[in-house]
Design a protein around this ligand. Structure first.
Ligand code: ZN
Ligand code: ZN
Length: 339
């Protein structure tokens, strides 16, 4: 079968590999769509923490069950499915408490022993497979995984007050946070992004306003729209060096700042603003199995987040998709590959 592999940094090749073997508890999926994620871009550039070239791309997937192992009970050939792309060790404190995302020994696709999803077939243990309704498009089914990241971010805040929320950064994850916030009843949603394309998409998807942080004073604008109080919750989905201070500045007293973007360089933070306003700063890492289940339920329930998809390329053009995301040569939201 054909598999898209990053053979060395900035080089993607289509390789011929055997179809994965199906163990007793495994589900073999004929891949229909796979999504390009920020982590794939890191793999492509050779900057990912543990996925190093040569490695197969992809962990976001949607497809049709082709074959099941003899011990599988919940799935049959022809079912439409997606996969939670993580399997914990099962025995550490985090796995036992349902926080498999924090398991030090979790297995993820694209690492030795588990091929990525940019392939004609993808195998996963039954426990990680989720059924999608037949009327959900394969495009939307692929978005369950990134949506789970947004669900996790929204689960991390108390939800005690749902009047106002600010989302700093309206890329794929920021826009998905917007969709979850809206579904959970936040009344006034503000977004920020330097790209006009993203700001327009945010408004289209229900933001009250979307500001350009390079051309306006975001703190002033949001304070003005919240009667001077600031927002209840701010989700950080961008990585500018001043982003945490900006988040604190737009957030009200006793508000919560949820950090979802992976900022790996040290940045300065004016901590007194958090102290003076009794704000909480909360980090979130991918998603728990429960958050993934909730995201799947939202998609099965008809949540429409398809506007974030801008491209659907053949598998052979996976490299082009990554280059486009890397160099931002044209407006791009979520890029999928089709098989
Ligand atoms: Zn992803
Ligand atoms: Zn574990």
């Amino acid at each position: 079968m054909r598999v898209a592999v990053v053979t060395e940094p900035f080089k993607v090749e289509i390789e011929d590999r055997p179809v994965p073997e199906v163990g007793d508890n495994d589900v073999l999926i004929k891949v229909v769509r796979a999504g390009i994620c920020g982590s794939d871009l890191h793999l492509y550039k050779g900057t990912h923490a543990f996925r190093k070239p040569p490695a197969a791309l992809g962990h976001e997937v949607c497809g049709i069950v082709d074959k099941v192992g003899p011990a599988v009970t919940r799935f049959k050939e022809g079912d439409h499915v997606t996969v939670e792309p993580q399997v914990g060790c099962g025995s550490c404190d985090f796995c036992k408490s349902g926080n498999v995302n924090l398991c030090t020994h979790k297995k993820v696709p694209g690492t030795p022993g588990w091929l990525g999803t940019f392939a004609e077939y993808f195998v996963a243990p039954e426990q990680a497979v989720y059924r999608l309704k037949n009327d959900i498009t394969f495009d939307e089914g692929t978005l369950v995984e990134p949506l789970a990241v947004a669900v996790q971010a929204m689960n991390a805040c108390s939800g005690a007050r749902k009047e106002t929320i600010a989302i700093l950064g309206a890329g794929t994850i920021g826009l998905l946070v917007l969709a979850v916030a809206k579904a959970r009843g936040y009344k006034k949603i503000f977004c920020t992004d330097t790209a006009e394309f993203n700001r327009k998409l945010a408004v289209k998807m229900g933001a009250f306003a979307a500001f350009d942080p390079l051309n306006c004073n975001v703190e002033e604008e949001i304070k003005k729209e919240t009667g001077g109080a600031g927002v209840n919750v701010c989700v950080v989905a961008a990585g500018a060096p001043n982003i945490i201070d900006q988040a604190s500045a737009v957030t009200g007293k006793m508000g919560e700042v949820v950090l979802v973007s992976m900022i790996t360089k040290p940045i300065p933070v004016y901590t007194y603003s958090f102290v003076f306003n009794e704000q909480k700063l909360i980090g979130t890492m991918t998603y728990t199995t429960e958050a993934f289940r909730q995201a799947c339920e939202m998609i099965n329930g008809g949540l429409d987040i398809s506007p974030i998809i801008t491209h659907c390329l053949p598998l052979e053009d996976a490299g082009k998709g990554l280059e486009l995301l890397d160099k931002k040569t044209e407006n791009a939201g979520k890029i999928l590959v089709h098989l």
